[in-house]
Design a binder for this molecule. Structure first.
Ligand code: ADP
Ligand code: MG
Length: 247
């Protein structure tokens, strides 16, 4: 292994002649928190879809910890240790945050068998630790449907952590959140980043400023530039593609 958690080489995705990704070369170190930004339609979600095996590349390779994964099925890639958080939380709204986390800790069993059996001591400790990490101790036993939008986002991040992935992919975690909730999610990601490799796709520049270390700017399916948030914000090419988007 070369210290890289994720690399792509000349990655191209062709949707009926339209290149959503175009010769994309990307690499991210083990333990890194990377933020990928780019205007609408830049290919950000498609990039995650290819990493997780949902979309197959027309050309190019995806390497996870140095091994090529783009020909594997989605569930095989997930099992290798790549977890994804979708834009809209996928949680059980009728269950409590604690139950949601218990189920995810036992994802090989079905929902009912994990609900109708007492969790083991280890599971209880793990779930308690996750509830503390995501800041939902006080909300642990209410229906998840009653949580605020930001709390739901944090719960789903907790469910991702319950699976102990080696790489977390997070797509626009703060879309539609209030400023306060955005800051909470940002702090949570920064805390998690101390022990995980995380790739965050984001649109909200304030949020990117809060969490970003190294930023990659995507445009028309390729890397436009990379650097610190200050560097990319001053790059005339970045200013142009973002300005070009405003009405
Ligand atoms: P982003 O997440 O950066 O906004 P996407 O990856 O969703 O961008 O989309 C990149 C481009 O690819 C867009 O122009 C979108 O319309 C197109 N696209 C995405 N998915 C498909 C698909 N399944 N079929 C055809 N075109 C698609
Ligand atoms: Mg998207």
């Amino acid at each position: 292994m070369n210290g890289k958690i994720l690399e792509t080489e000349n990655l191209t995705v062709n949707f009926d002649g339209f290149k959503a990704l175009n010769q994309l070369n990307f690499s991210m170190d083990l333990g890194e928190l990377r933020v990928v930004i780019g205007p609408n339609g830049a290919g950000k979600t498609t990039f995650l879809d290819v990493i997780t095996g949902k979309v197959k590349p027309t050309q190019g390779r995806v390497l996870f910890k140095g091994k090529s994964i783009h020909s594997l099925a989605e569930h095989q890639i997930a099992r290798l240790g790549i977890g994804r958080k979708f834009q809209t939380p996928r949680i059980y709204l009728n269950l409590t945050p604690r139950e949601n986390l218990e189920i995810t800790c036992n994802r090989n069993k079905n929902v009912f068998s994990s609900l109708f059996r007492r969790p083991s001591k280890n599971e209880e400790i793990k779930v308690k630790g996750l509830l503390a990490t995501i800041g939902l101790i006080n909300q642990a036993d209410m229906a998840a449907g009653l949580l605020s939008h930001g709390e739901k986002q944090r719960l789903e991040i907790g469910m991702l952590l319950a699976q102990s992935p080696d790489l977390l992919l997070v797509d626009e975690p703060v879309a539609g959140l209030t400023d306060e909730e955005t800051e909470n999610v940002g702090n949570l990601l920064l805390e998690i980043a101390e022990s995980y490799s995380i790739l965050v796709i984001e649109h909200d520049m304030e949020f990117v400023r809060q969490i970003a270390r190294k930023v990659t700017v995507l445009h028309e399916g390729s890397v436009l530039c990379e650097g610190s948030i200050e560097e990319v914000q001053q790059d005339p090419r970045v200013i142009e593609v973002y300005l070009g988007q405003q009405e």
